[in-house]
Design a protein around this ligand. Structure first.
Ligand code: AOF
Ligand code: ZN
Length: 372
């Protein structure tokens, strides 16, 4: 299964909106075939592994990082292929949260007489697909907010100048976080101040994530750099007036209208629409206004903060615009998940404490997880 997870990781930048999945076929202690899912529309991990194994798949055990599908999507059901190939035992790391599968894949294989187990290295399998799991279970993307700050917690000078806080290695790391995301989102404030490209400039990136701008009053200029780059841009606004939208539409942007609340957009409506557009992981790179609004809406699932070894002083801007706290017990508590050095900077990965617990573990994991 560890090998299957390694294979699945090869799809980190390319399977979207599908999950990253790997499969290893073992017979008499020998690997007879392996495969991974590369891209939506192309064969699933199991199909690739079966193809590699050929006749040697008969009687083998299949280790798959996700429950095999049992439905016709862009490709036929993997349960059929596994049965036709004569697999005798199947070990899955986790159930497929897709309601079209959700336990039915394992039930079909069990009913057909295979020995079926689920839950092996489940935590690792879940960590591979936070966005897919989140979207399938809640209808909205997994929201990762990336921020960069000085050691004294400042993101920009009072003038707004913020380039370049972090070093080259951290900026490369951000490129990789973008590359694994379905979409990269920013607010109109950042767009107007920095004119960011929001794209991926990595040789290994096979696709450009959707670029998303939250722009309540439709202030985005049709000349914005991000609109001219390959890939799609989606602007959320409260402005329903077609005449005001026209210059941006003819500049190539898609526009979605959502209601305004408290001077900003209804962020839950934005996330629901991104979920409908099959957005798994959403990377937010924004200023303090949007970061504060997302936190207050309890829509931040993960915070990635790069800390640069420099000081900007107390006149510089902070990370989150939030209502003043008058008592410590109202503080925003964060759980620190990881710290690591990235070049000359530090990367902190955190989870706001309000985040709901992970979905329950695989059914049957307790009775079936005894695999050698
Ligand atoms: C598997 N193995 O490698 C993947 C699975 O449109 P399709 O045919 O690609 O189906 C997509 C759905 O199949 C996806 O939502 C998820 O439930 C499952 N993905 N399943 O058995 C794989 N990528
Ligand atoms: Zn499948």
């Amino acid at each position: 299964m560890a090998r299957a997870l390694t294979l699945a990781r090869r799809g980190l930048y390319s399977t979207d909106p599908n999950p990253r999945v790997g499969c290893v076929l073992v017979r008499e202690g020998t690997i007879v075939g392996e495969g991974w899912h590369r891209r939506a529309g192309e064969p699933h991990a199991e199909a690739n592994a079966l193809d590699a194994a050929g006749a040697r798949a008969r009687g083998a055990t299949a280790y798959v990082t996700l429950e095999p599908c049992c439905h016709y999507g862009r490709t036929p059901p993997c349960t059929d292929s596994l049965l036709n190939a004569g697999i005798s035992r199947l070990v899955a790391a986790m159930l497929d949260p897709n309601p079209q599968v959700a336990g039915k894949g394992l039930a079909i294989l069990r009913d057909a007489g295979l020995a079926v187990e689920c839950g092996l290295l489940e935590a690792d399998a879940r960590a591979l697909n936070p966005g897919f799991i989140w979207r399938m279970t809640s209808g909205r993307p997994f929201v990762r907010v990336k921020l960069a700050m000085s050691l004294d917690g400042r993101t920009a000078l009072a003038s707004g100048e913020s380039q370049w806080l972090t070093g080259e290695a951290a900026r490369g790391d951000v490129q990789r976080l973008r590359a694994r995301s379905s979409a990269v989102l920013t607010g109109s404030g950042t767009l107007l101040a920095d004119d960011p490209s929001l794209n991926i400039r990595l040789p290994e990136a096979e696709r450009q994530p959707l670029r998303v701008i939250l722009d309540t009053d439709l202030r985005t200029p049709p000349t914005a750099k991000t609109l001219r780059l390959p890939g799609s841009t989606l602007i959320f606004t409260a402005v329903a007036d077609a005449a005001r939208q026209a210059p941006l539409r003819s500049g190539g942007a898609q526009i979605a209208v959502v209601a305004a609340v408290d001077g900003g957009l209804n962020l839950h409506a934005v996330m629901a629409e991104l979920g409908r557009r099959e957005c798994n992981e959403l990377q937010v790179e924004c200023g303090p206004t949007l970061a504060g609004a997302l936190l207050q809406a309890r829509l931040i699932d993960q915070l990635v903060i790069y800390v640069a070894p420099l000081l900007l002083g107390d006149q510089a801007r902070g990370l989150f615009q939030l209502p003043e706290l008058t008592q410590m017990r109202d503080r925003w508590a964060l759980e620190l998940l990881e710290t690591r050095a990235v070049g000359r900077d530090w990367r902190l990965t955190l989870r706001p404490q309000y985040a709901p617990a992970a979905p329950p573990p695989c059914h049957g994991a307790d009775q079936d997880a005894q695999t050698g």
